[in-house]
Design a protein around this ligand. Structure first.
Ligand code: GUN
Length: 315
């Protein structure tokens, strides 16, 4: 494929040679532009997509995430509302709010930001969200639809859905057919690892779901033609484990000490993934960077899920 063809898919050659870099920021922009275009069509038909984000408490990281979700919703032309509740909100009040949003015809997507305060049973709250409005894809009905391979009807969790798009772009650029390939997912969370394994299975990959109890993880990773790392441990997957020619999707976003001090005199930090990027990029055929890989795709897929939910509710 020509360099222009590769760039049109959101990939670029790295200056040092080696792997193609999968640019999640670029791909997320194309997803968001597509969502905005389709949202405008729905809005013109009197069905403006609506997203409600619920934040309980004042966790600073959650405040940042929720703000960027609201901004993205507005940039897509959605009706966007945020409910911010005090940290001591009783569970019953939160459940009552979710039930009211379930009934609200202007709202097609409901997201309750996690983590919730400890006195609230997150599973109970997430199960209160109507599966049709569950744009996080965390409700057991959506997890079940994904598990039986009914991807058309499921709302799929945003991070694995975004990872899959990046993987498909890389496979297309490299003219690789995913079917029959050995895929290894490291990490078995309900939010990333398990749904990612289901999505890869739906693409006919031969899927291994590795985790903290897996024996000889380097050997398991070394078999992967497609590697997805989602463990939340900085640079745990070493470059030398990576199979030459592999497609590598790094879901991890870990803050680690950097060098020197920032403008306020505090020690600098930097973000790294779950994969030791520089060494892995020498062996992989394509790899996502951190930051700028999977991260930007998560919010883009939240908008895509909200659009899907609105489209289905509109019939
Ligand atoms: N907190 C961190 N990531 C997420 C997410 O994807 N969804 C929700 N609801 N909360 C989160």
């Amino acid at each position: 494929m020509t360099d222009q063809g590769i760039e049109a898919l959101g990939l670029r050659q790295s200056p040092e040679g080696g792997a193609l870099i999968i640019d999640g920021k670029l791909v997320s922009q194309s997803v968001l532009a597509d969502v905005a275009e389709k949202a405008a069509v729905l809005t013109a038909r009197g069905m403006r997509p609506g997203l409600a984000v619920v934040l309980v408490g004042e966790d600073p990281a959650s405040q940042v995430y929720v703000k960027s979700k609201g901004k993205a919703a507005e940039s897509c032309g959605f009706h966007s509302i945020q409910h911010t509740l005090p940290v001591e909100t009783p569970q019953a009040d939160l459940v009552a709010l979710v039930e009211a949003l379930n009934r609200d015809p202007a709202i097609h997507g409901i997201l309750v930001q996690l983590p919730l305060p400890r006195h609230i049973d997150a599973t109970k709250v997430l199960e209160t969200i109507s599966p049709a409005k569950d744009v996080d894809g965390f409700h057991p009905v959506n997890a079940g639809l994904l598990a039986i391979g009914d991807i058309e009807r499921a709302l799929v969790p945003c991070t694995p859905a975004g990872s899959m798009i990046l993987l498909q772009r890389a496979a297309k650029a490299l003219k690789i057919d995913l079917a029959g390939r050995d895929a290894v997912v490291v990490g078995r969370s309900n939010i990333v690892g398990k749904p990612m394994a289901q999505l890869l299975l739906a693409q006919n990959c031969t899927v291994t779901l590795a985790h903290s109890r897996t024996h000889d993880l380097p050997a398991v990773v070394g078999r992967a033609e497609i590697l997805v790392a989602a463990v939340g441990r900085p640079e745990m997957v070493l470059g030398e484990w990576v199979r030459p020619g592999a497609l590598v999707i790094d879901v991890g976003i870990n803050r680690v000490p950097g060098t020197g001090l920032d403008a306020q005199g505090r020690p600098k930090t930097r973000l790294v993934g779950d994969v030791a990027f520089a060494e892995a990029a020498k062996r992989a055929a394509a790899i996502t960077p951190v930051p700028g890989g999977v991260g930007p795709m998560t919010i883009a897929m939240l908008m895509s899920n909200t659009l899907s939910a609105a489209t289905r509710i509109a019939g």
